[in-house]
Write a protein that binds this ligand. Structure first.
Ligand code: PLP
Length: 354
């Protein structure tokens, strides 16, 4: 008789469980480790959601195409609705893209560091990934992406812009150059772009047929809990990705909440400005404590304390009920999500006491 292990493919057995970020179920913890938006949805939106819930249509299947939500995004980005696909968070979008484009024997080009889910998806499909490290100053060199793409011939190139965990963005001019030269599928993950990057969403799929751009409601739109993401690409690519999605991949409730949110797009843009102001204030405060912080175009900062011992500070903050992100492979740095002004003031005062 076969052992239980023998029923599981080797590449899955070799994987470790994927943990997106430590979750602590303590109420009083200040949670600055997963780059959520610190502001909950405003009351006027909650009231609209309540009205919708009262219609009590949960016995029906949701629209499998999330058509209304796609129409609203199409208007914002000046696109045809057939160039948009909605996912259960952009994590699902990423998984769908990887599974559509890649099969065993293919390879992907990733940047190191970037979003930790990409290598997990490669491992799950059993494809190889090459990594291009960021430069010494943590920027991404588009010239080197072009070079690597010629050397390694990857089937897909994935770039996070602005990058995580660094927060550094690539200019639109450089992305344009990349798309003009590299004639193969490029996926740009713009999860954080509204906090200060330059979006190339409008160019995806038509000006650059190989370019796919995805984003999420989790950060700029205060909605990590409802799990909504989208991708814009040429109609043919979208059609292929659509083939492998679950029939009802986005639930009824999330579709409606997404539609309501997009009706108040400008409200969220104003909130983003507030987060940018808190971020810039916090970076100044970190400077006064002698921290070295990378220039951030996102809703988080990547910062190194004067003693370069980020782990010690991480543990100290945790004892003080503040949760930030520590990466063992970048032991001099902490990634800190931007919270409310009050949360960041408490964090600053705590760091001062270290
Ligand atoms: C770069 C990047 N892409 C995608 C995601 C996932 O977003 P979602 O909540 O839409 O799945 C994250 C989450 O932190 C992220 O950092």
């Amino acid at each position: 008789m076969k052992s239980l292990q023998e029923w599981i493919p080797k590449h899955i057995l070799q994987m470790s469980p994927y943990v997106p970020g430590l979750q602590l179920n303590e109420e009083k913890i200040i949670k600055l480790n997963t780059n959520e938006n610190p502001f909950p949805l405003p009351e006027f939106i909650i009231n609209q959601i309540i009205e919708f819930v009262k219609q009590n249509q949960f016995h029906l299947y949701p629209d499998p195409e999330s058509k209304k939500l796609r129409e609203k995004l199409a208007k914002i980005y000046n696109k045809n609705t057939n160039m948009i696909l909605i996912g259960n968070g952009s994590d699902e979008i990423l998984s769908l893209v990887f599974r559509t484009f890649l099969t065993i024997g293919d390879s992907v080009l990733l940047i190191e560091p970037s979003y930790s889910l990409y290598p997990v998806l490669c491992n799950a499909i059993g494809v190889h990934y090459y990594t291009l490290s960021v430069e010494k100053n943590f920027t991404i060199s588009v010239e080197r992406i072009i070079e690597y793409s010629e050397i390694y011939n990857p089937k897909l190139i994935v770039i996070t812009n602005p990058n995580a965990p660094t927060g550094i963005s690539i200019s639109k001019q450089k992305i344009n150059k990349l798309c003009e030269v590299v004639k193969r599928p490029i996926l740009i993950d713009e999860a954080y772009v509204l906090f200060g990057g330059e979006s190339i969403m409008e160019e995806a799929g038509d000006k650059f047929p190989y370019l796919m751009v995805c984003s999420t409601f989790s950060k700029a739109f205060s909605s990590a809990g409802i799990r909504l993401g989208w991708i814009i690409a040429n109609e043919f690519f979208i059609e292929q990705i659509h083939k492998i999605k679950d029939s009802y991949n986005v639930n009824f409730f999330s579709q409606k909440v997404g539609e309501i949110i997009l009706d108040h797009y400008d409200f969220f843009l104003r909130r983003i400005e507030e987060i940018q102001e808190i971020r810039d204030w916090f970076i100044q405060k970190l400077n006064t404590l002698g921290y070295f912080t990378l220039p951030s175009s996102a809703n988080f900062v990547f910062t190194s304390p004067p003693n370069k011992n980020a782990k010690e500070i991480y543990e100290f903050l945790l004892r003080n009920k503040i949760l930030v992100r520590y990466f063992a492979n970048y032991p001099e740095f902490l990634r800190i999500s931007i919270g409310t002004k009050i949360q960041m003031e408490i964090l600053y005062e705590t760091l001062k006491n270290f």
